[in-house]
Design a protein around this ligand. Structure first.
Ligand code: LLP
Length: 419
């Protein structure tokens, strides 16, 4: 799963850089990303769409660091954004506004206005009420908003309930049965121009079949919508393709798309502009989080390996009981001990890995693998911990792309009261 992280002798390398050197030089916790890994994940999508009209819109919530966005912008990607903050980030990183699409169930008027002013490519509208508000905002700005409606195809992506988004009871998208009605409404509103349709059924999807089911459901709708004279220029299938955290074997993006394109062609929709919104599959296995072992704490039933990265740095285990591999950076002879790897935050839920066999001593370093997606982007300042620094590795070059957050950064917006 991690082609750009490998052992050479006893040392763990990312591309041509030994991780222990980065830990020593920049301190820990430290996020380290491989540029080559990101570009090779992207290349699988690019191969999948070779010869087609297609836009790969990186779902930047997975990893929203500016230099990562810059990398994808330079590689020709568009972006899927979900907030005004994300919009400003992609603009800073050099994105072409026309290749930006705006998803999310709770867009504000202010966010809509800014997105219209910079000329984004499409609003992925998630409710009928949002259609009305967007039309109103656009009309007031003397603009026309390009829209697609996010349909909820009601297919089971068979993933963790917190990250499944395409089921009936999820808050996302417009219900399959109401889609036609929503499109009629959109077509009639003065401030909107209907240009596409989109769906997104979940995240960390490890099989092709939910995509094929969703494709069939979406194409049925495309036919019904176009039968009413509303032409759809693009079809956006969302993101969601999973990665290997612990032996999962999701289809490769190019293989999955070969299959999906075959179906699209067979049903006569292969000529449409295609869009996807991958997040995790572009960055997840391109990053690691380095931590130092602070203390080993033996117990009656459990041994604890206390490291300096915590749930505020890497929230996925605490939030989803997610599994991330943990690899010591230095190799030690001698037997391994079974540990719960935990952080310094004052919560029992602050764990990074459970029941891991490790041969480590205090002062050693570990790498938490598959940490490129939804880790740093979900980091917080809980316990007043500063957020980690980030490094982008390119061959034997290292770029510090985000400095470690200091206490001054955390206190900057706060004020004591006078009396
Ligand atoms: N498009 C939309 C509309 C989305 O809601 C999402 C993710 C994506 C694209 C990208 O999905 P991906 O390709 O990354 O699976 N924090 C969770 C994942 C939440 C995903 C939310 N939506 C985690 O750490 O697993």
């Amino acid at each position: 799963g991690h082609p750009h992280v490998a052992r050479r002798g006893d040392a763990l390398f990312i591309e041509d850089v030994p991780l222990s050197e980065l830990a020593r030089q920049y301190g820990t916790p430290l996020y380290v990303y491989s540029k080559a890994a990101m570009l090779s994940s992207l290349a699988a999508y690019q191969r999948g769409f070779a010869g087609r009209r297609a836009t790969i819109c990186y779902a930047m919530k997975a990893n929203s660091s500016l230099a990562v966005l810059q990398l994808f912008a330079r590689a020709g990607c568009g972006f899927d954004i979900v907030s005004g903050g994300e919009l400003e980030r992609v603009l800073q990183a050099g994105a072409e506004p026309r290749k930006v699409i705006f998803s999310g169930v709770g867009k504000t008027r202010v966010e809509m206005r800014r997105a219209l002013d910079v000329g984004i490519g499409c609003f992925n509208v998630e409710s009928e009420a949002e259609l009305d508000v967007l039309s109103d905002v656009a009309t007031q700005a003397a603009r026309v908003a390009p829209v697609s409606i996010r349909v909820n195809p009601n297919v089971d992506a068979r993933t963790h309930p917190y990250i499944s988004t395409g089921l009936k009871d999820n808050k996302f998208g417009v219900a399959h049965e109401r889609t036609l009605q929503a499109y009629r409404r959109a077509a009639a509103l003065p401030g909107l121009r209907v240009i596409g349709i989109d769906c997104h059924i979940g995240s960390q999807i490890t099989e092709g079949s939910p995509y094929l089911d969703a494709l069939d459901r979406v194409l049925e709708l495309v036919e019904a919508i176009e039968a009413e004279g509303i032409r759809l220029q693009h079809i956006d299938f969302g993101g969601g393709l999973g990665i290997d955290y612990n032996g999962e074997t999701p289809p490769a993006a190019d293989a999955l798309w070969a299959e999906l394109l075959q179906r699209l062609d067979a049903r006569g929709f292969g000529d449409r502009h295609l869009m996807v919104e991958p997040g995790r599959s572009l960055v997840g296995n391109a990053g690691v989080c380095l931590a130092e072992v602070l203390y080993l704490k033996p117990g009656e039933h459990k041994n604890f390996c206390i490291v300096d990265a915590a749930m505020n740095d890497l929230p996925r285990p605490a939030m989803y009981e997610a599994y991330h591999r943990i690899e010591p950076l230095e190799r030690r002879a001698g037997p391994a001990t079974r540990y719960d790897v935990v952080g310094p935050v004052c919560e029992s839920g602050d764990w990074i890995g459970r029941d891991r066999d490790l041969a480590v001593k205090a002062g050693d370093h570990v790498a938490v693998l598959s940490a490129g997606a939804y880790c740093m982007s979900m980091a917080s300042n809980y316990n007043s911990r500063g957020r980690a620094a980030e490094i982008l590795v390119d061959g034997s070059h290292t770029h510090l792309i985000r400095q470690r957050e200091g206490i001054a950064d955390q206190l900057r917006l706060e004020r004591l009261i006078d009396s």
